[in-house]
Design a protein around this ligand. Structure first.
Ligand SMILES: C[S@@+](CC[C@H](N)C(=O)[O-])C[C@H]1O[C@@H](n2cnc3c(N)ncnc32)[C@H](O)[C@@H]1O
Length: 261
C-alpha cells in the first residue's frame, strides 16, 4: 500500500524522555515545569531557553494581536503561570478561561497575577470539561510541544470552538523538514548508543536536554497543517520564529465545522 502524505511526513521527535506515555505524569508533578518555564522572568544564566527569548516575545505579541480581533469567550489551554492570558484579562470584558494540568503552575498564576477577569481550571488538554461550541477562540501556545497526542487535542478544540472560532496554536519545530528528519535519525541512534555512552560518561544533546527540560515533541509543520484540515479547520501559517535548527511555527486555524459538504 502506498503511504499517504501524512504517513510520509509524520516525523516527530520526542526529546527529554524516552517514552511519551510519561509526559502527563511529568507535568502533573510539582517541582517540574515550574523550575524551567519562565522565559521572560529567569536570569539568562539560569534559563536554558534564553536563546529563544526574542522569539517567545515576538510570538506573544502576535498572539495578543490575533486575540484583539477575536470577540467572545476565549480559552487558553496550558496557560501555565499566565504569561499570555493574564495580559488578555487586563483588557478583555468577554469571558476568559485558563486550564492547565499542573496545579503548581496554576497556583503560581494566582500568586503572581490574581484571578480577576478570568477563571482557572485544573484539567487535561485532551479532555476539556466544556460543552460543544463554548468558545470563540482557543489559545494553545508552547504547549502542544508537551502533549503526546496532537490529534486528540485538535479534535477537542474543534468540538469546543464555535463555527468560525479561531484556534491559535503553535508547534515547536526546526522549521526545516530536512533538519527534523536528521534530528530524528540522531535521536534514534543516541537511544541505541545510550548505554555505551553512559559507560564512557558522554552525554548527547538529547540526554543533556532531558536533565534540564521536560519531555517535548518537535513536529513537522505540514503534518500538523494536514491534521488541522482533517478536523475541519481552515489553516493559516501565521508566522515562523527562529531558524532552521530550533524554532516554532504559529497557526491561526478557523473552525469550519458546519461548512457545507
Ligand atoms: C511551556 S509551558 C507554556 C505555558 C504558557 N502557554 C506560556 O506560553 O507561557 C507548557 C504548559 O503546558 C502545561 N501542560 C502540559 N501538559 C498538559 C496537558 N496534558 N494538559 C494541560 N496542560 C498541560 C504545563 O503544565 C505547562 O504549564
Amino acid at each position: 500500500m502506498k503511504p499517504s502524505e501524512t504517513d510520509r511526513i509524520k516525523t516527530s521527535i520526542l526529546i527529554g524522555s524516552r517514552d511519551a506515555s510519561n509526559m502527563k505524569r511529568y507535568f502533573q508533578k510539582d517541582g517540574t515545569v515550574v523550575k524551567w518555564w519562565n522565559p521572560e522572568g529567569m536570569k539568562p544564566h539560569k534559563n536554558p531557553l534564553f536563546p529563544l527569548l526574542p522569539f517567545y516575545r515576538k510570538e506573544k505579541k502576535d498572539v495578543l494581536e490575533i486575540c484583539a480581533s477575536t470577540d467572545g469567550p476565549i480559552l487558553e489551554v496550558g496557560c501555565g503561570d499566565g504569561r499570555i492570558s493574564s495580559l488578555l484579562a487586563k483588557y478583555r470584558d468577554d469571558p476568559l478561561v485558563g486550564v492547565d494540568i499542573s496545579r503548581e503552575m496554576l497556583r503560581k498564576y494566582v500568586e503572581r497575577e490574581g484571578i480577576s477577569g478570568l477563571q482557572l481550571i485544573h484539567c487535561d488538554a485532551e479532555n476539556l470539561p466544556f460543552k460543544d461550541d463554548s468558545f470563540n477562540g482557543m489559545i494553545c501556545i508552547q504547549t502542544l510541544v508537551h502533549l503526546p497526542n496532537a490529534e486528540v487535542v485538535i479534535d477537542e478544540s474543534s468540538r469546543i470552538l464555535r463555527d468560525g472560532g479561531k484556534l491559535i496554536l503553535d508547534i515547536n519545530t526546526p522549521n526545516s523538514p530536512r533538519v527534523l528528519r536528521l534530528l530524528s535519525l540522531v535521536r534514534s541512534l543516541s537511544d541505541r548508543l545510550e548505554s555505551v555512552l553512559k559507560l564512557i560518561r558522554l552525554q548527547l544533546p538529547f540526554t543533556t536536554l532531558r536533565n534540564k527540560l521536560g519531555p517535548a515533541i518537535l513536529r513537522n509543520t505540514r503534518f500538523v497543517t494536514l491534521i488541522l484540515e482533517r478536523y475541519g479547520f481552515n489553516v493559516r501559517l501565521y508566522a515562523t520564529y527562529g531558524g532552521s535548527t530550533a524554532g516554532f511555527a504559529l497557526f491561526v486555524a478557523t473552525n469550519k465545522k458546519h461548512s457545507p459538504l
